[in-house]
Structures are given as structure tokens and as C-alpha cells.
Design a binder for this molecule. Sequence first.
Ligand code: NAD
Length: 356
Amino acid sequence: MVKNIAVIRGDGIGPEIVEQALRVLDAVALRYGHTFHYTDVDMGGCAIDKYGDPLPETELQKCVESDSVLLGAVGGDKWNDVPAQLRPEKGLLRLRAGMGVYSNNRPAKIWKQLSAASPLRQEIVDKGIDFIIVRELIGGIYFGEHKTEGGVATDMLRYSEAEIERIGRIGFETARKRGKKLCSVEKSNVLDSSRLWKQVMHRLAEEYPDVALSDMLVDNCAMQIVKNPAQFDVLVTENMFGDILSDEASMITGSIGMIPSSSLGAGSCGLYEPIHGSAPDIAGKDLANPIGTILSAAMMLRYSFDMPQEADAIETAVSAYLDDGWRTADIMSEGMTQVGCRQCGELIIRKLREEG
Ligand code: NAD
């Protein structure tokens, strides 16, 4: 297959980690006979320096016209004092809106080799943590009317059936590509929007008989994520609940440098990025962990390019690399061997070649 990938290296550690992910993608292309074309896109602080704009329209167009976008990270102290409209993060918001991505998907997975890094008790971790939170990204209370009048503040929470249905479908489709279990999280004992949410999810379930749907109240879900995370495969929820639960879920896995994410809209074109920021404190020092970005590339293969075997190959190579005891500084522990960002990429590519 031939795929066109828009590549946003961004700021701070962005260029270093993206470079390693591209090398891994090249190794996958070679092994499976694909061609990946990369188009560089300037976004964030580097785009402000070059064009005075964090995401000029021409750069956004390159993303919209691509088969998918791989992003490192943007931002840094250098651009803290620029006007709000010009901040690097504005580029990110414009990119999400321009691509029409309404679903943010964040896996919470604990690698058995790193289980000691989890703040949870070992017996809970040993049962396995491997689930994805599918969060509605452009609706709900964050996008409703906000006002403060006469000492009363109001934030409007509204969802239409159509908005619920499109995110619901992403939940079901994601579950279909994984363990075929979908848990819909809401607050239907209190909120009308949640009662509608639940209704729509159950109506959709009839179209996905191969996926087992369950319901859970959000307060219970927050407890279950720390009590028994092994029960979950895919969670689907609205914007604010998803914001909070996905941060909770990433904490229990222990390392911010290891977690990928995807954002999807109506078509197959998605935005793939690690969950961490541009880490200016370690930028340019070959200290960054590129695995969150490498696993984001694997998600791109699985969810946008329908290449599950290729995605599995990357994940297996990462696991084999960890098995051998290699660690970047952020996840270094006693008895392991420390490597830099570039060597980490090289070793994962070597594992990929050995698998083949
Ligand atoms: P951060 O995620 O960049 O860093 C937090 C801590 O984690 C730092 O100590 C950093 O060194 C470490 N870290 C992060 N990623 C790592 C990796 N791959 N390997 C090893 N260590 C890693 O968060 P921050 O310091 O709050 O933000 C720094 C900048 O990034 C800010 O300008 C912020 O606005 C921006 N940011 C961008 C995004 C994005 O591009 N999506 C997301 C969050 C923050």
C-alpha cells in the first residue's frame, strides 16, 4: 500500500522522537512492501518563528490532504509571552478543528516489564492493564455556552443524538478491532444528556452484535479504573468525563513517555501523537523516550491504514526491546541498561528485523 503521512516534528523533543518513529515506519514499509511518503508540516513554536503563525493555512492543508498525521509535540518557554491567539497550542486546536477529529483515543497499557512503575498494588497490576478510552472531543460542557451573571455562573452541557452516535460508532469500531468489549460511561442517574447517551449506545449495539456493550456510571468507573482495571477493553464517554478518566488511566501505567494517542473523525485520516508535551528540559540531549511516538505510529497503522499485522509487529518489537533490559532515562531502573533516544529507535528496529 502507498500512504501519504503529514509529519509535524514540532518543538523541544518533537524532532528527536518523530525521527525515531519515521525510522520504525520505514522498517515496517520495507518488511511488508508498503511505501510511506512523508510531507513535513510546520506547526507550533517553529511555525511562529518562521511565519508568525502557529499553523498557517497552507500547513493545515497539507494535513487535511494527507492519509494521516504524525505529530511530536509543540510549545516551550520561548513562546510563553506571545499573544494568546499566536500560542503554539492554538496551532494544535486549529489542527484538530481543521481535521474535524471528534474522537480522542488514549490507550492505558502497562508493559509487564515496567509494572513496578505503576502506583497501583502489584497484585492489581499483575492481572493486566490494557484498555482504551474513547473520548468525545468537540462537544459537551466544554463547548456549551458559558456565562456568569449576577453572581451565578452557568456552563451548558448539551449533546445531540448525532454527536453521540458518531462517537459511539468509534467506540464500537475500536472494540471490534480489539477485545470486543465496550463499556459506555455516563451519569444517567442524574443527567438527561447521559440518559440520551445510554439510549443511543444501546440502539447502536444492535448493529454490532459481535461487541458486548455494558454501562457504567462515571463515579463508579473512576473507582473501577484503580480497583480492577483488568476488566476493561474499550471505554467510550463524553468530553469532560473522558478528560478526567483518561488522565487517571495514564497515571496508573507509570510512564508518560510510553503512551500514544489518536484522534479520529469521520474518515480514516487521523491525528496520532504521544500524550506528553515537548519536554524542553531534556530537548536536544538525546534523553527523550521515543516509544510514545513509535506506538502512535503503530496506532496509525492499526486504526487509519487497516494494517493490524504491521501494528502488532511494532508493539512486539517494543516489548522485545524492553525484555532485553534497555531503558531510556525516564524509565530507568536498577539492573537495566540506559540508552538514548536514537539508540532506543535503533534497537526497536533491530527487533523488528529479527521478528521478520
Ligand atoms: P511535558 O510532558 O513536556 O513534560 C513533563 C515531564 O515529563 C518533563 O520532566 C519531561 O522531561 C518528561 N517527559 C515528557 N515526555 C517525555 C519523553 N518522551 N521522554 C522522557 N521524558 C519525558 O509537560 P510540560 O513540561 O508541562 O510541558 C512542556 C511544553 O509542552 C509546554 O510548552 C506545554 O504547553 C507543551 N505541551 C504540548 C503538548 C502537545 O504538543 N500535545 C501537550 C502537553 C504539553
